[in-house]
Design a protein around this ligand. Sequence first.
Ligand SMILES: [Zn+2]
Length: 480
Amino acid sequence: MNISKKEKFSEWFTEIIKEAELGDLRYNVKGFIVNMPWAVMTMKKMYSLYEEELEKNDHLPVWFPAVIPKENFEIEKEHVEGFKAEVFWITKGGDKELEEPLALRPTSETAMYKMFSLWIQGKTDLPLKMYQSTQVWRHETKSTRPFMRGREFHWIESHCAFSTRKEAEDQVLQDMRMTEKIMYQEFCIPFIFFERPEWDKFPGAIHTYAADSLVPDGRIIQQPSTHLLGQNFAKPFNITFLDESGKREPVWQTCYGPAIWRMFASLISINGDDRGLIIPFKLAPYQIVIIPINPKNLDKISKKTEEIKKAVENAGFRIKIDSSAKTPGFKFNQWEMKGVPFRIEIGEKEVDSGEFTLAKRFDGKKIKVKESELVGTIDWLAAEMQEAMLKKADEFFSDKTSTAETIEEFEKALKEKGGFVRIPFCSVEMEGVKCSDALKEKFHADIRGERFDVKEKPKGKKCIICGKEAKHYVYAGRQY
Ligand SMILES: [Zn+2]
């Protein structure tokens, strides 16, 4: 590509979507894109790792209707207020007005919880843990960006109900561990979990914990959040169970939303370079590509490449032979752009000697591999690659946090480093919203909240905005 990721991230991101054939933005509805095969193949792998992990943790898959009757939608007041401005409504069937308008789900609480109230009767019906992999639709008024923010996006939403608050709190922690295990360990996307301030919680939640990651220009991108809903939905939706004393009690609930679409945006941004995508080995649609390099002896070469393909496939890897009519140089660039982890070049010489050149996408190095050792080599190269990618992602992330104790220091840190700026702040309760608004107006920066993993209280510090006594250290930055 001709655009540097480091210098012009935004343009780089747009370019890579086109060059690596990830999305076609020419679809003629604003805010909607066509997700192209290479992106879909990668995201399907991402889905499957996440779904497997959810199921290991006893979440069961379910498919709910995409439409939600208006009646359901209006049951929980805060929730309806929070989503009102973004809902697409279906009001007609053919020529006829529908008796009751249907919302295209912007999220599924109000669809699912109506059914939860029928399914949950006694304590033996709990816990109830379900998830669905779906599209949701929101009439976003902010500008849309492929995979980051769209009027249609692809995600997983998990919804749980328990008999005690303690179990619900434990679920929030389990959601955080799944984020670490899959989004970080497998997708190589580093993050920090913040507890969102009172004014920025999910509509209807008691607590919202969100994983914030960064894009290369230092702006913040919100990744999955997990919400302790408490009994805020259970009461109006009448989701109750009979406890030991024969009394009906509302359940305790959580919900968690790993948005695969947006994780894919982070995967592109964090791992990619100026030659294109770099896709973690487990997620790559093709993990190895073979490029025959002497078309004159095609029969001899294709016999060998087919043999290799079979052996590699038998070992459980995904491999593609690119025998298209394009030049080898063109193919090298194209598969590098698409982020295929390993490339094997095979000409007549290689067939005779039984030794190939293998090029590694993540560090650009080439090694010689004997045919008999190919499968074993791929195994350890995959492990080496994952380790190197995590190290690179960590390095990118680690120096993106600074501390500011005055508004001038804050401005400087935001300008020079971006990322997260840790500041003493008056209050994460509603009274702090004025300071948050002031920061947003002046610097286009948001208060992301207190870190979940590191609890620290400022002593004798002042809020950098209003000058009152600071009760918390919060992190602030510019959102993508
Ligand atoms: Zn303040």
